[in-house]
Design a protein around this ligand. Sequence first.
Ligand code: UDP
Length: 250
Amino acid sequence: MTEDAASPADPRYRRVVLKISGEGFVHAGERGISTDAVLHLARQTAAARIHGVEMAVVIGGGNILRGAQFTSGTSAVHEATAHYMGMLATVINGLALQDSLESLGCDTRLMTAMRIDGVAEPYLRRRARRHLEKGRIIILAAGTGSPFVTTDTAAAQRALELEADILLKATRVDGVYSDDPEKNPHAVLYSELSYDDVRRQNLRVMDPEAITKCMEYDMPILVFNFRKAGNIERAVRGERVGTRVHATRV
Ligand code: UDP
């Protein structure tokens, strides 16, 4: 579809994967989990779902733990184990988001890439697609189920296998900048970028593995600020927000 196809009555996308980092589950500068931050996220996500777009949400865990904190040699916990701990952190966030969404009347399923019977379904592509077709928001936790990668890679992988129209990456800044906007006030915000621009300029969008996967299969990425009220809804509806990364610059 074209840019002009987006209008409030006619969302541009049929299916999206929304990646929410752990920082969405906590107030700025804090660690752990904050139930009101999660409810804020849930409200934005529920508002976006009203437009009929199928939504799969891939959850990060950096608010609790990232495996890379435990570099081999400095800890009795092996780095691989720490990555599994990081994946479990995403399940904690996923459970909180599920209940928060359901408190708002959304039909959801929590699916995990590692089996955690009793609290979540195992992730199965076909079943995930079926939930989406039935209008459920699926929450995908435990990343890829394998250590040494991040949930950005999981989000790219899920976007491809679920045949999403776009990967929406929710961050705490307005999009992709020429430099770190939190350190350099003169950093320029881009509205469009090609995958090549991102790689050549080494721009901070997602992990390199995730970018490579998206580039290889031409999966567009939208990087946008989830802290601005209404932005998840705008992104899901295909409105102009943040930075769009795709094959060629327009
Ligand atoms: N992780 C992993 N494999 C995956 C996804 C995540 O080992 O497929 C671990 C990894 O240690 C990562 C942590 O889980 O640092 C939490 O995920 P992430 O850092 O992506 O969370 P975010 O930065 O999005 O909050």
